[in-house]
Design a protein around this ligand. Structure first.
Ligand code: COA
Length: 173
């Protein structure tokens, strides 16, 4: 896990697992968040599976998330990993509830493209995927691709209707 401190205050965190798994093998990819976030470390490290990117509400908007993501990239390069993988929350699908500090609006066009992806198995154009703010953030920081839409990955997350979009940065490119 990486954390960024502001004095004694933990401003943001990013957790990850180092794994020998090949994220491109869809059938081996963890089916839900519990499985994804509790994989044991394995070697040789081929990929970092990142989760729980979170910035304290009082510290949002200050590039903390970007610094944490960049730090993970440096770590991945240092240890010779090939892939950085993220389970991108996609709150633009249903929009945040207003009960938390996320202020993401529902985006019907984004929702339609995710629904089509699920129906047809055909990935939507990048411009449609990055209508979501978090996926756009992943793309901006990593110039990543988006591998899979995972239904029922995190069912408790109503804003994303349980979906996660798996992002992948190839460190060899
Ligand atoms: C997602 C999150 C880490 C971003 O942190 P941050 O400090 O606001 O991020 P930064 O200031 O570095 O970058 C801001 C960018 O993030 C985008 N963003 C991503 N998710 C966002 C959210 N939930 N609310 C607002 N902006 C968000 C912003 O749109 C902005 O990008 P833009 O300039 O293209 O519009 C933070 O909003 C958060 O902790 N949210 C709750 C937890 C969460 O959803 N984590 C993602 C799990 S996969």
């Amino acid at each position: 896990m990486f954390g960024e401190f502001d004095g004694n205050l933990l401003a943001g965190t990013l957790c990850f697992t180092e794994t020998a798994q090949d994220p491109l093998v869809r059938d081996d990819f963890p089916a839900n968040f519990d499985a994804y976030s509790s994989l044991p470390r394995s070697e040789p490290v081929h990929a970092l599976y990142a989760y729980n990117l979170c910035v304290r509400p009082s510290h949002r908007g200050g590039n903390t998330a970007i610094r944490l993501l960049k730090e993970m990239e440096q770590h991945g390069r240092r240890i010779g990993a090939r892939w950085l993988i993220g389970d991108g929350r996609c709150s633009a699908y249903a929009g945040s509830s207003g009960l938390d500090d996320d202020k993401v609006k529902a985006d019907p066009r984004f929702r339609a493209s995710i629904d089509r992806w699920l129906e047809t198995g055909k990935r939507p154009p990048l411009k449609d995927i990055i209508r979501d703010p978090l996926l756009r953030l992943h793309y901006r920081v990593y110039d990543c691709e988006f591998l899979y839409v995972m239904p029922n990955f995190f069912p408790q997350d109503a804003s994303s209707a349980g979906f996660r979009i798996i992002s992948a940065k190839d460190l060899n490119k």
